[in-house]
Write a protein that binds this ligand. Structure first.
Ligand code: MTE
Length: 319
């Protein structure tokens, strides 16, 4: 017999948000929400995936797209997380043993306040927002994802970066005993990423701790990952344990692995092809059997907000 925490939910119970809300409303109307019947109604068969705590989320961000989000199922089953394997289905299959609690993040480098902080202290007192963002992978597929998190800039300001902080570097946890992909050394782990301080402080840049109103599933980068919607997905580093303010441009995993193919900036750009394939179009995951490729948008459609960050920069050179 499974004992459930009242404020947790199993991944199999999570449906696209509208359906989820409608169902709750229906049950509330029928006086069933919160009773055991709600759980029975929401879940045809019990599964053994970890329960996910529900988050108290503030909706209606002006930064959200009004495109329909992908289903929760798409978002948790088609992943890139090389620490758990190379196939898109590997993270969902192999991330079950990963323990995102308890969690600490070390803040280091050019800031007045540095040290190692518990998860709650890192997230701080901010509202958890919902941001429905387009997400474009360098492999020419895309999704629309309702992330939950706080603007990275709000988080970083609390550490009082100095004037020498020109970049922010991020590092993923190394736990080969829980992350089977790290035992194969397909990449030089830890996975590392970086942003300029202007990119990190931009209001669109989100530190995500959830998706679809629940805490992040392991395969999506639990318990805390970056989301930079105008850049290719690989900039959105998962399961972060270290944040460093630096004066020099920090190394990044894919640039170290294949410098000709992946630059530091990694801005979504239909005009600059990957050396081995075009970036002009993309396939929307979940589009069905006949899914047509759609045109890739400059800066993934966020140009109005972020193009000024790159004024005067040759985006062919700084790719
Ligand atoms: N972060 C780490 N630590 N390891 C990874 O392999 N893959 C990146 C990025 N962050 C990756 C990572 C890539 S290539 C993509 S497209 C996105 O995560 C995928 O995020 P998602 O699986 O939540 O959609």
């Amino acid at each position: 017999m499974l004992i459930r925490h009242r404020h947790s939910i199993r991944p199999s119970e999570i449906t696209p948000e509208k359906v989820f809300r409608n169902r709750r409303q229906l049950l509330r109307d029928a006086g069933l929400a919160g009773s055991g019947l709600f759980l029975a109604a929401g879940c045809a068969a019990e599964d053994d995936s970890p329960e996910l705590r529900k988050l108290d989320v503030k909706r209606g961000s002006p930064f959200s797209t009004d495109e329909s989000p992908n289903s929760f199922e798409d978002i948790i089953s088609y992943n890139n997380f090389y620490e758990f394997g190379l196939d898109k289905s590997d993270p969902a299959r192999h991330a079950g043993k990963f323990k995102p609690k308890p969690w600490t993040v070390t803040v280091a480098g050019e800031a007045a306040k540095t040290g190692t902080f518990d998860f709650d202290d890192i997230v701080g007192p901010h509202d958890i927002e919902e941001r429905v963002y387009r997400f474009r992978c360098v492999e020419a597929w895309s999704m629309v994802i309702p992330w939950n998190g706080i603007p990275l800039g709000d988080m970083l300001k609390r550490f009082e970066p100095t004037s020498k902080a020109k970049y922010v570097a991020f590092e993923t946890v190394v736990r080969p005993e829980e992350m089977p992909g790290q035992r194969r050394r397909v990449l030089d782990f830890p996975y590392v990423e970086g942003l300029t301080i202007e990119e990190a402080m931009h209001p669109l840049t989100l530190m995500a701790i959830g998706v679809y109103g629940v805490e992040l599933p392991n395969q999506n980068g639990a318990p805390i990952r970056l989301v930079v919607p105008w850049k290719y997905g690989f900039k959105s580093i998962k399961s972060i344990v270290k944040i460093t303010f630096t004066e020099q441009e920090p190394p990044t995993t894919w640039n170290l692995a294949a410098p000709r193919e992946y630059g530091f900036y990694a801005n979504v750009n239909p005009e600059v092809d990957h050396p081995r394939w075009s970036q002009a179009r993309e396939r929307r995951i979940g589009g069905g059997f006949f899914d047509e490729k759609q045109p890739t948008l400059m800066l993934n459609g966020y140009g109005e907000q972020v193009a000024s960050l790159y004024e005067g920069l040759d985006l062919r050179k700084f790719y």
